[in-house]
Design a protein around this ligand. Structure first.
Ligand code: AMP
Ligand code: ZN
Length: 484
């Protein structure tokens, strides 16, 4: 039984042992949201995969540095065709606001959605519009190496100057030359040449450049931002399978052409979430978002569990029935946590001292090490839960057994990410309203940077017999041990 981490690399099309560039450390770049509309459930599947991957690496002992970009300019409505309009600009015109207004609103919403799903925050969320200089430097490098050229409409990458073009997606230049899907801007040398910089002095978001006023292409953004924050070759770069071509193929071409070095060691792509066989897309009319789930009485965490239960390389068909089953599973977890908490609260020091069940944890680790096999990991969790339930039903569980069980569940939860928020909820149910109010006032004081008042309120909460912990999903109130 091996717990050496293996992942499926889309570049080599096989499962490979994961070796990071620097031993014990791993770097990850995730293609982030295009912030012109709320992220739908398909997008959130993608960020849950990113979260499971990061947590899985941390579980395997890696120190992870993770970057997720924000695309707030340059993603065109037809990215395969290098045509259409900038998505933020199109939305801004429709809503009669500025692209910056839309970006601000959607970035905030994205952060809320991540927190709702208990997705650990990345170390940075660089925005394309804040990295124009880095993109222009990269473009200048490509022009100097004669791998990019200028026309009357922009600066283009010359795909024929990069013989390995197609190595990720399998789209060879011959296929692309013959294919009809690539629109031929008649000033391009090859139909697959793609824009690094688009000339447009009427654009809603535009910058001066040595070549002319305009805005960057979508692909150059991710090359520039990933290399600005992570050393190359980057260990892991992820995206949905729809990012593979042309986005990631083009990222590889321009990055490797500019630096002369491999860009990324492992490319990981999640399959799509579909509804009734259709890809969820922001363009489509009705949007399924986390709000849709809450409106129908579901917990967004049931969606986290649903996604955990499917392998990231498998298409997931969203259905209300499947979500209801995940919700039922989540409710069972919550019931179990409540019962265990009656025997011994998870905050009891005995839990911190207890060793987790090593067999169960090994099985869980083995599943994750096998190309992040979360369904298999969930099967391990579920079997552990059912034997715990049996023990709870058949006899009184001792405090020491409860401590081991908690320690095991909290170990699973380092990747599963469900017990933390459930415990916050359970804890909140037991907190008197006046203490909750003090915690809310403290949050308010903190948001106003009034730290003296926040500290005073913390002391008041402590004196009333409660502690307040600041977690990823917000503050959590806990009754101090011995306080009835
Ligand atoms: P976007 O905001 O369109 O740039 O997409 C953000 C991320 O979500 C990208 O990495 C896409 O590959 C991914 N994505 C988009 N639609 C889906 C879907 N239906 N299922 C899974 N991932 C998706
Ligand atoms: Zn990207």
């Amino acid at each position: 039984m091996s717990t050496k981490l293996h992942v499926y690399n889309s570049l080599t099309k096989q499962v490979e042992p994961f070796e990071s560039l620097v031993k014990g450390k791993a770097t990850i770049y995730h293609c982030g949201p295009t912030v012109y509309k709320r992220q739908h459930l398909g997008n959130m599947r993608r960020f849950l995969f990113a979260d499971f991957l990061r947590r899985g690496l941390e579980f395997a002992g890696y120190e992870v540095r993770e970057i997720t970009n924000i695309t707030d300019v340059g993603h065109l409505t037809q990215d395969e065709l290098d045509a259409g309009e900038d998505k933020l600009a199109a939305e801004a015109r429709k809503q009669k606001v500025t692209p910056q207004d839309i970006a601000k609103r959607e970035i905030k919403q994205f952060q809320v959605d991540l927190q709702t799903l208990n997705i650990q925050p990345s170390h940075k969320y660089p925005r394309a519009t804040h990295h124009i200089k880095e993109m222009q430097d990269l473009i200048a490098e490509l022009i100097a190496k004669q791998q990019a050229y200028q026309t009357k409409t922009g600066i283009y990458f010359a795909v024929t100057s990069f013989p390995q073009y197609g190595k990720l997606s399998g789209n060879t230049l011959e296929d692309l030359q013959a294919g009809k899907r690539i629109a031929i801007r008649n000033d391009k040398k090859h139909p697959a040449d793609f824009a690094l910089w688009v000339f447009d002095d009427q654009a809603l978001q535009k910058w001066d450049s040595p070549w002319g006023t305009g805005y960057p292409g979508w692909h150059i953004e991710c090359s520039a931002m990933s290399m600005a924050y992570l050393p190359t070759p980057i260990d892991i770069h992820t995206g949905g399978v729809d990012n593979k071509f042309p986005h990631h193929e083009n990222e590889i071409a321009q990055s490797e052409a500019a630096t002369g070095r491999p860009f990324v060691r492992y490319w990981l792509h999640n399959e799509l979430l579909k509804v009734a066989g259709q890809k969820l897309a922001k363009r489509a009319g009705e949007q399924l978002t986390l709000d849709t789930l809450s409106e129908r009485g579901f917990s967004p965490l049931a969606f986290r569990l649903l996604v955990f239960g499917a392998h990231y390389r498998q298409r997931l068909d969203f259905s209300w029935e499947a979500l209801a089953a995940a919700q039922e599973n989540l409710n069972n977890l919550e019931r179990l946590a409540r019962r265990l908490g009656e025997i011994l609260p998870s905050t009891d020091e005995a839990v911190a001292r207890a060793d987790a069940d090593s067999q169960a944890v090994d099985d869980f680790a083995t599943a994750l090490a096998n190309d992040l096999n979360t369904p298999q990991a969930l099967a391990v969790v579920n079997s552990y839960l059912s034997s715990t339930n049996q023990k709870l039903e058949s006899a009184e569980m001792s405090k020491s057994e409860a401590a081991v069980t908690w320690a095991t569940l909290l170990t699973f939860d380092r990747v599963l990410g469900l017990f933390g928020p459930l415990l916050t909820k359970i804890g909140a149910d037991r907190i008197p309203p006046e203490i909750k109010q003090l915690a809310e006032q403290r949050e308010q004081a903190r948001s106003e940077n009034n730290f003296a008042e926040a500290d005073r309120l913390r002391v008041e909460i402590e004196q009333a017999g409660f502690t307040v912990e600041d977690t990823n999903t917000g503050p959590r109130l806990i009754k101090k041990a011995g306080n009835s």
